[in-house]
Ligand binder design. Structure first.
Ligand code: 5GP
Length: 178
């Protein structure tokens, strides 16, 4: 179980199932404490965050809501770079305490581009929970409120994260070998 192959690449075990679950329990405990008496509204970003969102949500003891969205990038009309739009955010988040749930923050571009869209709807508060953070690779300014693991700048798969479509079903997280 130490090393696996996904498509043509080899990966080494990096975070065990027990390690991941223990850390998620700690994050949930912080959220239960920080949001006591409130009702946070979780927005989980698909595809990669589905396992993390599910396990985190199960550990909550406070009232909470959740929805799942997909982010899609398209080129702006006047070459102003990528514009990020969300699919599936049907709920009005005005006045809500929003917690965005991500699987991994790498450069930070995705969230950095998307946050203004949410802020526009005037939530009461907005925080970010990410299972993984490649802090060495993050160049866009972002405040990450709940971080599972700060990891090196190496490609990872498993626990919802894929390599070219495969590997999402793994219970552990694996790092590209070498
Ligand atoms: P960012 O906009 O922060 O640079 O990129 C975030 C997205 O890049 C993640 O949601 C994920 O889809 C993808 N990503 C970044 N690093 C990895 C990685 O190591 N493995 C996988 N599977 N996806 C990654």
């Amino acid at each position: 179980m130490g090393a696996i192959k996904v498509h043509d690449k080899s990966f080494d075990i990096y975070l065990s199932e027990a390690t991941i679950q223990e850390r998620i329990g700690e994050l949930a405990a912080s959220i239960n404490r920080d949001y006591a008496g409130k009702r946070p509204f979780f927005i989980a970003v698909l595809n990669g965050s589905f396992m993390f969102a599910s396990d985190l949500f199960k550990q909550l003891t406070i009232d909470a809501e959740i929805c799942f969205i997909k982010l899609a990038s398209y080129k702006g009309m006047k070459s102003s770079g990528n514009v990020v739009t969300s699919i599936g955010l049907d709920d009005d988040i005005f006045g809500k305490d929003v917690i965005i749930v991500e699987d991994i923050v790498d450069t930070g571009k995705t969230l950095h581009d998307f946050l203004p869209k949410l802020e526009h709807q005037q939530p009461a508060s907005m925080r970010i929970a990410t299972l993984l953070h490649k802090s060495e690779a993050t160049t866009y300014p972002l405040t990450l409120d709940y971080v599972g693991f700060d990891i090196p700048n190496k490609f990872v798969v498993g626990y919802g994260l894929d390599y070219d479509g495969l590997g999402r079903n793994l219970k552990e997280i694996y790092q590209l070998a070498g």
